[in-house]
Design a protein around this ligand. Structure first.
Ligand code: PMP
Length: 415
């Protein structure tokens, strides 16, 4: 049973040519869909609000209106009149694309404005923007670390970090394990030129936080640099939404902060914020920006507006955190097993791969869209339903989720 938990965990061999591999994959995929073992939905966009969706349910063969808990649009910025209007105005002024990489003519005044805004927001001297959060991590890491360097990475960092580290040495430091981090830092101290610790602000599957104060102290003690990927923290965490570093009252105290525009800023794109010198270096050495066309004017202007709204209207974030507290109290009331989270990400633990998929399928029948996260995305026996809370969810949406979970738990006991 456990053998089929991942569609990618098959006997597709690299000895086959690419068409044979693709054909085999397609057969497996179709079979798994038919057997309800692999759930993939087409999303039809009939709604600006990320907490509502109209999706195609492959198993039932029809479109459905659902309450969605899968989006990362934590503050509902993607559907707001203000962010949309700012984007449209920028398109009218600059056209639909800058159509060149930044250093060869694709750098607009609004790109500069956004870079300074981001830098100021996360407490760094300067920043540069990328067309994805993924590209920010790969671009930065790829050009900073080489054969004589080492990256010490938390076990739960994003794939983009691993992709960026292909040309260097890597040491996994476990998850928020301070003793192991210190031991590793001691061991590598004199062996490498640059030692860079890479961790997340908010971890995307468990919703817990990187222990940044302790990690930063150890980095300083052993002369290592610290990079924090705050993709899920920026806009959400801290008193003013300036991210996980603000939450810990340590803005400006780490070497590099990366993040994305595709979550609480409601668009797409990413950034790296650090010292002026390093930003200037990255502009020319980070290939994912140097050799890639600039972020579109619409995205740039909408992100600027999203940051302005976060700065000017704390009630948006308050709605999000009210919803987070409401879901917590409801889950406690019903006695569900969820991982202690400090963010809007709720892992509702099922602990069994197939059961998790079954629960997600049954939730969908009840009109609720969530993702079952199973091995290998998370450790075996850590399968869960991942619920992402947004400012745009209504209390009634959360009530519907809870009633459905209670009902499903009566049929297939999972808690
Ligand atoms: N870092 C983390 C922790 C993420 O969760 C993600 C997106 N899932 C990224 C980076 C990449 O960001 P993007 O999707 O905007 O490219």
């Amino acid at each position: 049973e456990e053998e089929l938990y991942s569609i990618k965990d098959t006997n597709i061999s690299l000895d086959m040519d690419i068409y044979q591999r693709a054909e085999l994959f397609n057969q497996l995929w179709i079979n798994q869909c038919k057997e309800n073992k692999h759930l993939i939905y087409w999303v039809e966009s009939n709604s600006r609000i990320s907490s509502r969706m109209n999706i195609f349910d492959i198993n039932e063969g029809l479109f459905k209106d659902v309450v969605s808990f899968v989006a990362n649009d934590y503050l509902g910025m993607s559907g707001r009149d203000e962010t949309i209007a700012a984007g449209i105005e920028a398109m009218r002024k600059y056209g639909t694309g800058a159509c060149a990489a930044p250093v060869i003519g694709g750098y607009l005044d609004i790109h500069k404005k956004l870079e300074l805004k981001i830098a100021n927001f996360v407490g760094q001297e300067d920043s540069l923007i990328f067309s994805s959060g993924f590209g920010a991590n790969t671009g930065v890491l790829n050009c900073l670390l080489g054969k004589n360097d080492i990256a010490l990475i938390d076990s739960f960092v994003h794939t983009s970090v691993l992709d960026g580290l292909k040309g260097t040495n890597i040491k996994n430091i476990g998850h928020n394990d301070m003793e192991y981090l210190e031991m590793t830092l001691k061991n590598v101290q004199n062996l490498y030129t640059t030692k860079l610790v890479v961790v997340d602000g908010v971890y995307s599957q468990d919703g817990d936080l990187g222990l940044l104060p302790e990690i930063s102290t150890l980095c300083k003690r052993y002369s290592a640099f610290l990079m924090v990927d705050d993709a899920h923290g920026i806009g959400v965490m801290g008193e003013n939404g300036r991210g996980t570093l603000e939450y810990y009252n340590m803005l400006g105290e780490v070497d590099i902060v990366t993040g994305t525009f595709s979550k609480s800023f409601g668009c797409v794109g990413g950034f790296a914020a650090t010292s002026k010198e390093l930003v200037q270096y990255l502009r020319y050495y980070a290939n994912t920006t140097m050799f890639s066309a600039s972020v579109t004017p619409q995205v740039t202007a909408s992100v600027i507006k999203a940051i302005e709204l976060i700065e000017e209207d704390p009630s948006i974030r308050k709605r999000l955190w009210d919803n987070v507290e409401y879901l917590k109290s409801k889950l406690d009331e019903e006695g569900f097993d969820y991982k202690e989270t400090k963010s809007p990400i709720f892992p509702i633990m099922i602990r069994h791969n197939f059961k998790a998929k079954e629960v997600a399928a049954l939730l969908l029948k009840e009109g609720i869209y969530t993702n079952a996260i199973c091995y290998p995305a998370v450790r075996n026996r850590e399968a869960r339903i991942r619920v992402g809370i947004l400012a745009t969810h209504k209390k009634s949406d959360i009530n519907i989720l809870l009633s459905a979970l209670v009902k499903i738990n009566k049929t297939i006991q999972f808690t």
